[in-house]
Design a protein around this ligand. Structure first.
Ligand code: HH2
Length: 275
């Protein structure tokens, strides 16, 4: 991808679907399913056939309580997959490591999905700026190992908005064109069930930052919890679809999901109904 690529809004019209491909043994909802490269490659191709605008390929779980993996381990998982698909399909790389992002971009990835919003690796800003790729900056309170231990905010929406505004400024000051950037409230990353739903309810306040919003609610435990299981670790597809449609109606541009076909159908319908 070059600096002459279209604005992110042009590449991802509202609503667009980002399919999740976790090349990990331990992700919270699909851990192991796409751990073998051949399975990940097949899943990615199927997701694009089903209507995903991009597939988000990750080699490190960020589920609550997870431990980080080394860059070598992450690349060992990702390279066989990226070598097969990154040139053929629209690919996003889900990593906080500049070295992993750089290798993925060289193989054809067009978006860097950094759950640390450029805080995890001091070289990440430069890698994104230099290659002119898209970047998703996500809010997270704390770090995955401990983030769900009693998260607190003054006002969750105001706090997340201020954080995203600051990270957008860091990105732009570091040479990343603003029209390459999308923002994400980071559902489940240092947030209670009520925090997560308040962020969706008031998503228009985050949309006021003027950048496209990515929202990842798919299968997250808050959905299982509101359906009556206080110990839920995941949520069902039905709840994921309802939540994705609610987020779309409140301004989400890209919905990050595990079940692509169902979400494309639900969002196409929502778009036809609400315009
Ligand atoms: N959620 C997860 C991972 N990456 N990236 C963005 N931008 N937004 C999200 O909400 C988001 C994300 C967690 O989901 P998953 O990838 O399925 O699980 P794991 O982190 O356990 O691999």
């Amino acid at each position: 991808m070059t600096n002459g690529a279209p604005r992110i809004e042009a590449s991802f019209p509202r609503p667009s679907v980002m399919g999740v491909v976790n090349v990990t043994p331990d992700s919270f909802s699909d851990g192991g399913v796409n751990f073998r490269p051949e399975d990940a490659i097949m899943t990615a191709r199927r997701m694009v056939e089903e209507g995903a605008a991009i597939v988000d390929v990750g080699g490190e779980s960020t589920r609550p309580g997870s431990e980080p993996v080394s860059a070598d381990e992450e690349l060992g998982r990702l390279l066989p997959v990226l070598e097969a698909i990154a040139d053929e399909l629209p690919v996003s790389i889900d990593t906080a490591k500049a070295e992993v992002a750089r290798r993925a971009i060289e193989l054809g990835a067009e978006l860097v999905n950094d759950v640390t919003a450029l805080r995890g690796d001091p070289l990440m800003v430069e890698v994104v700026a230099e290659h002119g790729v898209y970047v998703c900056l996500m809010h997270m309170l704390g770090e995955p190992r401990t983030m769900q231990q009693d998260p607190r905010y003054d006002d969750v929406v105001d706090d997340v908005k201020a954080f995203l505004e600051e990270r957008l400024r860091v990105a732009v000051d570091g040479g990343i064109a603003e029209d390459r950037v999308c923002l994400d409230p980071g559902i489940g990353f240092g947030k209670t069930v009520e925090h997560n739903f308040e962020l969706i309810r008031r998503l228009d306040e985050l949309a006021a930052l003027g950048r496209p919003l990515v929202v990842g609610l798919s299968r997250k435990s808050s959905l299982g919890k509101i359906l009556g299981d206080p110990d839920a670790r995941t949520g069902p597809l039905s709840a994921s679809l309802a939540a994705a449609v609610a987020a779309y109606e409140r301004g989400a541009t890209i919905l990050r999901v595990h079940d692509v076909r169902e979400h494309v159908e639900a969002l196409t319908t929502a778009q036809a109904v609400v315009g």
